[in-house]
Structure formats: structure tokens, C-alpha cells
Design a binder for this molecule. Structure first.
Ligand SMILES: NC(=O)c1ccc[n+]([C@@H]2O[C@H](COP(=O)([O-])OP(=O)(O)OC[C@H]3O[C@@H](n4cnc5c(N)ncnc54)[C@H](OP(=O)(O)O)[C@@H]3O)[C@@H](O)[C@H]2O)c1
Length: 311
């Protein structure tokens, strides 16, 4: 496994992070708790020490599943979770207020069965609370030993100056990035290079389309979020383009004896230096396929092929 230090922190994390969205067991088709628990164990056994979740994934189920899967190995790993998305009476909205952050952290600590959160991330800004006020709330939690480091997520260009002014408080940021989604590339490079924040990429497998198992005939059931048009990677011309990207990945994967998912992950690791690749996995075989992304490199010609087919 390859490791990187998050920003200016003391957190050394695996460059492949197990994403906790499927651990929420909601909206990803058939997901079994036993397989998730085995996947968490397999991840740790194979060098993964970084796990990302959020309070809203499965309305707390993801954090609880992660805690159960870690068992007595909690101190061996780095846990990242998020706050700021609030669901009440069927309504979803963003809230970065001091009152909500306090409630959110208490809920996450309880569900994660831990005394501290290593990386506490603003899932989404709420559009009203200044970033300086959010930092103030987080500093209080940090002083109490409840959280160790702060991270950003889903950052937009309009917020860059505000972030730059407070950059020393943060160690990382999350953004969607993969061979299927390169629209945030310039933003990611700016935040990484100019502000020295570590990029954590989400949707790194294009929500699964970059693993090579889907075809033009694929249809998802109602219990799978990817049936909805908003999951653009699986609809219309974008889906057909993604299938063309997969065809370019196949011979590269075969040449290296790796899974197609590993090529998707390796592209990010090689193209975005010092990044961390978040990938969701539902079963041990999936996390093992993803771990194949570590400890090798794409040749320059292969990077060129992937670059040109995905731009
Ligand atoms: N900050 C944010 O707003 C934000 C947003 C989204 C996600 N995230 C984080 O980023 C993580 C990664 O994103 P994601 O989970 O949405 O999508 P992803 O990692 O791109 O795709 C995950 C899906 O791909 C399939 N898969 C995974 N490994 C595979 C393998 N080796 N072979 C075949 N199929 C495989 C699984 O679904 P199937 O088997 O059903 O295809 C899995 O659920 C999340 O889990 C979460 O921690 C953050």
C-alpha cells in the first residue's frame, strides 16, 4: 500500500480509502451487512488504514456499520466523517450552525463508538454561515479532544478566497473526480498546489461504471440510486462515453494483470500526485480489486491514452 500525509497534519493515510457510502445500505441495490463487515476487515488486512463516512449515509447506518466492522482495531485506523447535511421530516437541507455541529458530532461519536474523530469534514457549506464561524465551532470541538483535524468537501470557486484565508485550519478537501468526471480537475489542482490541501477524490470509480462490468443494456432497480438521471454516469451519451473509456482501460488492465477498477484508481493516483482515492465497496472481492490500484504505475503512453479518451 502507498501512504500520504494529510496536509500539514500528523495523519499518515493509505492512498486508497474505503468509502462508506455503500455502508449506508441505502440506494445501492443489494448490500449485505456481513459482506460489508468482511470487506472492512479485508481492507485493514491489506494495508488500508483510512475510512470515509458521513452522518447522513443511510441516516447513520454507515457510521454504525463502520464501527462494527472495525471492532477493536479502531486505534489502527483514521476515521473521516462529515457533517452539514441535515434531514428532518423528509426535508434535506444544509446546516453549518454551531448548534447543529455540536449535535452532529455527538451523534457521529456515538454511532462510531469512538471518543474522537480523526478528520471532521464540512460535507456541504450552508450558504449562510461564514467559514470563519464554522472554524470557530470546530476549534472548540478540537480543544475538547472530540475531533483532531478539519476537512472541506464539495468546494466551489466562489469560495476559494474565503478558504485561502483560513487554509491553515484545514488539511484536505473532497471533490468528485474520475476518468468519467474530470470537470473539477482545475479546481482540485489549484487547491492542492496553491493551498497545500490533500485532495480526496470521490466517485473515483464513476459510481461503478469504471469497473468494466456494466454494458449498454444495464438497468438498475428502484432501490439503486443509479437508476435516477441525476447519476449522469449511467445515462444517455455520458454512459456510452464511459463504456468507451472502459474499452480503453481493458487492455491496460490486462497488460498489468490488474482489475479494471485498479486502472481507474491508478489513473487518479498517477495524475493527481499525493491524492487519496476514495472508493466505495460492498464486498471483500471489491475492496481487494480496488487495492490492486496501489504499488505500480501507468506508463506514460497509457496515461496519454486514458487522458485523451476521457477528456
Ligand atoms: N463528499 C461527498 O459529497 C461525497 C459524495 C459521494 C461519495 N463520497 C465518498 O466517496 C466514496 C466513493 O464514492 P462512491 O462510493 O459514491 O462511488 P465509487 O467509489 O465510484 O463506486 C462505488 C461502487 O462501485 C462498485 N464497485 C466498487 N469496487 C468495485 C470493484 N472492485 N469491482 C466492481 N465493482 C466495484 C460498487 O457498486 P456495484 O457493485 O453496485 O456496482 C460500489 O458501491 C463514497 O463511498 C464516500 O465515502 C463523498
Amino acid at each position: 500500500m502507498e501512504y500520504v500525509t494529510l496536509g500539514k497534519s500528523d495523519l499518515s493515510v493509505s492512498r486508497i480509502c474505503m468509502g462508506g457510502c455503500p455502508m449506508g445500505q441505502y440506494g445501492w441495490g443489494d448490500v449485505q451487512e456481513k459482506e460489508l463487515l468482511d470487506a472492512i476487515s479485508a481492507a485493514i488486512d491489506n494495508g488500508v488504514n483510512f475510512f470515509d463516512t458521513a452522518d447522513v449515509y443511510g441516516m447513520g447506518t454507515s457510521e454504525q456499520t463502520l464501527a462494527k466492522g472495525l471492532g477493536n482495531r479502531r486505534s489502527d485506523v483514521v476515521i473521516a466523517t462529515k457533517f452539514g447535511v441535515r434531514v428532518e421530516n423528509g426535508r434535506t437541507f444544509y446546516d453549518n450552525s454551531a448548534e447543529w455541529i455540536r449535535k452532529a458530532v455527538e451523534g457521529s461519536l456515538k454511532r462510531l463508538n469512538t471518543d474522537y474523530i480523526d478528520l471532521y469534514q464540512i460535507h456541504y457549506r450552508d450558504g449562510v454561515t461564514p467559514l470563519a464561524d464554522v472554524v470557530e465551532s470546530l476549534l472548540q470541538l478540537q480543544q475538547q479532544g472530540l475531533i483532531r483535524h478539519f476537512g472541506l468537501s464539495n468546494v466551489f470557486e466562489k469560495d476559494f478566497q474565503e478558504i485561502a484565508n483560513l487554509k491553515d485550519y484545514f488539511v484536505s478537501f473532497q471533490d468528485e473526480y474520475s476518468l468519467a468526471c474530470r470537470k473539477n480537475e482545475a479546481d482540485i489542482q489549484h487547491l492542492a498546489q496553491e493551498l497545500s490541501l490533500t485532495p480526496l477524490t470521490w466517485g473515483s470509480l464513476g459510481q461503478g461504471v469504471l469497473t468494466g462490468k456494466y454494458t449498454a443494456e444495464t438497468e438498475f432497480g428502484n432501490n439503486d440510486r443509479r437508476s435516477r438521471d441525476i447519476y449522469v454516469n449511467f445515462h444517455g451519451e455520458k454512459f456510452r462515453q464511459n463504456l468507451r473509456i472502459v474499452e480503453a482501460m481493458r487492455p491496460i488492465a490486462a497488460a498489468h494483470g490488474k482489475s479494471i477498477a485498479a486502472v481507474a484508481i491508478r489513473f487518479i493516483m498517477d495524475y493527481l500526485p499525493s491524492s487519496v482515492v476514495l472508493c466505495g465497496a460492498k464486498r471483500p472481492d471489491q475492496i481487494l480489486g480496488n487495492i490492486q490500484g496501489a504499488d505500480w504505475q501507468l506508463a506514460a503512453t497509457e496515461l496519454d491514452i486514458l487522458n485523451s479518451v476521457s477528456l
